[in-house]
Write a protein that binds this ligand. Structure first.
Ligand code: DC
Length: 222
């Protein structure tokens, strides 16, 4: 049985940046479960399938194979044999992902792979339901959050650095809509596990969050 650090939280709280850095420091592998869901959503978008048409989405699920690989320690998402890591980070894919991830059959498809990864390796795994559903007995559970405005500002800055001008209030509205959808779905909704440590990163730097997480992990992992 591997040691699992489960990090859950809303969109844009910095989970993947933090989880990646933390996994490096601990020499654990990083499993980005959001990226797996994103690859599935990307399949539908690319094939012109309406992601809100549940019946169609379920009907095409068997055509999809998602896997992850590591290239020099960096996680790569493989969709039907193709590395799609470079295509899944857009807002469009993000929202479509939130929509398809409400469907139980979609979640079921990824659950075994996620559990197997946590069983065979020491992992830092991030998502929405890791501590509540995927690895409920994870020895370390952290719920990482930040105010919606902070999350929107971070996203806005990230886009600006990539040369993309965006409207802050639109981003904030999109983040709120995604939170709403992730928290209110019936299957494995986003919520803090009872035994998770709540970490609000609104006024913390990335380094401070990583260091606090290392301290939390250090209480359980020696
Ligand atoms: O963490 P992210 O932004 O890459 O996740 C994209 C979407 O995937 C998110 O809005 C909800 C869904 N997701 C999920 O339902 N369960 C997970 N464990 C991870 C992501």
């Amino acid at each position: 049985m591997g040691f699992c650090v489960a990090i859950d939280g809303p969109a844009g709280a910095g989970k993947s940046t933090i989880a990646r850095l933390l996994s490096k420091e601990l020499s654990f592998i990083y499993v980005d479960t959001g990226a797996m869901y994103r690859a599935i959503a990307y399949y539908y978008l690319r094939n012109g399938i309406d992601v809100s048409d549940e019946e169609k989405v379920i009907g095409k699920l068997d055509e999809i194979r998602v896997n992850i690989e590591y290239d020099e320690g960096v996680l790569q998402v493989i969709l039907n044999g193709e590395n799609v890591s470079g295509f899944i980070r857009t807002q469009e894919v993000g929202f479509a992902t939130s929509t398809i991830s409400k469907i139980p059959a979609v979640r079921e498809k990824l659950l075994d792979l996620q559990r197997e990864l946590a069983e065979k390796n020491n992992v830092v795994m991030d998502g929405r339901d890791i501590g509540t559903c995927v690895v409920p007995d994870a020895p370390v559970k952290i719920f990482l959050t930040a105010s919606t405005l902070t999350r929107a500002e971070r996203r806005w800055k990230e886009l600006k650095e990539r040369g993309i001008e965006a409207d802050l209030s639109t981003i904030e509205e999109e983040i709120k809509a995604r939170d709403e959808q992730d928290m209110n779905r019936k299957t494995a909704p986003l919520r803090q596990a009872e035994d998770a440590v709540l970490l609000d990163s609104s006024d913390m730097s990335i380094e401070e969050v990583v260091s606090e997480m290392k301290r939390i992990v250090g209480e359980k992992w020696r």
